[in-house]
Ligand binder design. Structure first.
Ligand code: C5P
Length: 315
């Protein structure tokens, strides 16, 4: 296996673990009954962006060349304002979604981003999907649905609030568009992925801060940005920041559609975690059938992608 392939599968594996733990902890943190004010999602989004920029900065010391790329090439830097604004909205929407929907419903609905990503990849990047790749997308959707037959408890549909579902659907479109737009910028321009991530992070931080002041300004002025923060909030923030870092690596070494498959594997993982932690969970043949379909779809898609989409991106 080449070092690129190692990074590709390592980053996809970490993404599966990160997605699973983020969904479970974010849902837990939004439904936990606590005294005092609950933490502000808008502030958590800003904190995660700040954490990401700090990591980028410390990994790649801010040298002269990097400064020049970011400060002096304003038109190049400005390109990142678009995905940054969309991701900021999306990151806030996910808190809205997980405050209103249970983790399983949220996860399966959010899988629609695989389709939006595929459609944007075809229309914006001119990516050609072969017959087996389209087929694998269909198999994936069937597999995820089958797994959910097991996961959804009786009457779970009652928890579908219009607000939660709308938030996830908007996040699906946003995820597909922003991910492909970022991939397009990476592949069409010379700047390295580090420069692009720092530019994206800076814009996301500023836009997130503005969003927080506009939406929660009064509350922040009264009780501060970190009101209601607990240990679990910090875990959510760290996991969200880690997600951003891993996604950046996945977009570089794998691609956006494979990223979607990684998150569907995470549905299976979170179901298995529920199985081992909750005694009342008994997987049925529908669950195993669905799991096999999702894994088969992942391999089927990957089998063809190796041959068709190997556009180089500068590190
Ligand atoms: O669900 P989805 O994969 O679209 O989520 C992408 C996440 O990764 C967002 O939270 C976004 O802010 C983050 N991201 C990042 N750096 C990139 C690309 C995405 O931090 N280069």
């Amino acid at each position: 296996m080449t070092s690129c392939n190692v990074l590709k599968y390592l980053s996809l594996g970490i993404l599966v673990l990160q997605t699973t733990s983020l969904v479970l902890t974010m849902r837990y943190s939004r439904t936990l009954k606590e005294d005092g004010p609950r933490y502000l999602p808008s502030a958590a989004v800003v904190s995660a962006e700040l954490l990401k920029i700090t990591v980028y900065w410390s990994v790649r010391a801010m040298n002269q060349q990097l400064k020049e790329e970011i400060m002096n090439k304003s038109s190049e830097t400005l390109k990142l304002a678009v995905p940054a604004g969309i991701y900021t909205l999306q990151n806030n929407l996910l808190y809205v979604a997980l405050s209103n929907l249970d983790a399983a419903t949220y996860q399966v609905t959010y899988q629609l981003k695989i389709l939006t990503t595929a459609l944007f990849s075809v229309s914006m990047l001119g990516k050609k999907l072969g017959f087996y790749q389209w087929l694998s997308l269909l198999i994936l959707m069937a597999g995820v649905t089958l797994v959910q037959v097991q996961v959804w408890p009786e009457g779970a549909l009652c928890q579908f609030t219009v607000c939660g579902v709308m938030a996830v659907l908007m996040a699906c479109v946003s995820s597909g568009f922003a991910g492909v737009y970022f991939e397009k910028i990476l592949k069409e321009t010379k700047q390295s992925v580090w420069v692009r991530n720092i530019q994206l992070g800076l814009f996301s931080f500023v836009l997130g801060l503005l969003g927080m002041l506009l939406y929660d300004g009064e509350s922040v002025r009264q009780s501060g940005m970190f009101q209601g923060y607990s240990a679990i909030t910090c875990v959510v923030v760290v996991l969200q920041a880690l997600g951003g870092l891993v996604v950046a690596v996945v977009i570089k070494y794998a691609d956006n559609i494979l990223k979607g498959f990684a998150t569907s594997l995470s549905i299976i993982l979170s179901t298995l975690i529920s199985y081992f932690l909750l005694v009342d969970f008994n997987p049925t043949s529908a669950f195993f059938g669905g799991a096999v379909l999702v894994i088969a779809a992942t391999f089927l898609y990957n089998y063809e992608v190796n041959a068709s989409s190997s556009t180089a991106v500068k590190v």
